[in-house]
Design a protein around this ligand. Structure first.
Ligand SMILES: [Zn+2]
Length: 301
């Protein structure tokens, strides 16, 4: 069975896998993201070499999912603030080094399409990966809306609090400034809390008022953003992914209640966490790789 090399490039880690056409991960390799644009690219090359060595057969393609603004037709990362990439022709550069066909796409959009492939839902579908940053895949009629410049789906930078807290993007009051994993941890520490990770903050919910306060702010920011998406798209489902979605009911329950309270005359769409879980980004990247060489994968969950 043909396999692809798939890498989900994130602000804190590169998550790689050798994936077959059924969506099975034959080998998994992760490494932390080194800071700085060229260091990240070097890191990515090393990871691809490691994955190729672990593959059971010669991979047919490489699929890369990255955050930021991505021109998928040319495989160019126009701007990725968390990675320090600007106008990087990533596809052609990786095709040179790997000798394989490469597809570069937006991480959230790719993961959203992979998620919808196994969800069986029809109609509009919203996938919101919440990790170091936040984006959204708006899947309408089976394809993810990419926008005229590849910048669609920047849900994390929808402003929900005018004159709110500064966001690394330069705006104020973005969803991401409150609800991203990095923001939850930063805001918890700014209030005197000591925690090594966002997961630790979540573990203290119900026992630590500072954790509760910061989490409530995150939920509120997300709910305000999702209210807008609900009004615009009337989605069949809203699916939350990324590391923060690992909070499960501690995220879903208050979020559903908040969203409901913001909707006076309609029900909120069903909310759930991603079926692929932490794998959604890698499976999305694999989907890009298979599509690059005209293979329609039959992912099974
Ligand atoms: Zn922002």
């Amino acid at each position: 069975m043909s396999v692809v090399l798939a890498v989900d490039v994130g602000g804190t880690g590169l998550k790689g896998a050798v994936v077959d056409a059924r969506g099975r991960e034959v080998a998994v390799r992760d490494r932390p993201t080194r800071s700085g644009g060229s260091a990240v690219e070097e890191n990515l090359r090393e990871l691809l070499a490691e994955l190729a060595a672990a593959a059971p057969s010669r991979p047919v393609a490489v699929g890369i999912g990255t955050p930021g603004t991505v021109e998928e037709a040319s495989g160019t990362v126009v701007y990725a603030s968390n990675l320090g990439w600007r106008n990087l022709p990533l596809r052609s550069r990786l095709e040179e080094t790997t000798g394989l066909p490469v597809a570069v796409g937006h991480d959230g959009r790719a993961a959203g399409r992979a998620e919808q492939l196994v969800s069986g839902t029809h109609g509009s579908f919203v996938f919101v990966p919440i990790g170091t940053g936040i984006s959204a895949a708006l899947v309408v009629a089976g394809s993810a809306v990419s926008g005229v410049s590849g910048a669609a789906g920047e849900f994390g930078h929808v402003v929900v609090h005018p004159d709110g807290e500064p966001c690394p993007c330069g705006q104020r009051g973005c969803v991401e400034a409150y609800a991203a994993g990095a923001a939850v941890l930063r805001r918890y520490r700014a209030r005197g809390g000591t925690a090594a990770s966002t997961v630790e903050v979540v573990q203290r919910l119900g026992a630590d008022p500072v954790a509760d306060e910061v989490w409530d702010d995150a939920v509120r920011a997300l709910a305000l953003g999702l209210q807008g998406l609900t009004m615009l798209l009337d989605p069949a489902e809203i699916v939350l992914g990324g590391g923060v979605s690992g909070a499960g009911p501690r995220l879903l329950d208050p979020l559903e209640a908040r969203l409901r309270s913001l909707l006076a005359w309609r029900e909120p769409p069903p909310l759930r966490t991603a079926r692929w879980g932490a794998r959604a980004g890698r499976i999305g990247a694999a989907l890009l790789g298979f599509e690059r060489v005209g293979i329609e994968p039959a992912f099974e969950f």
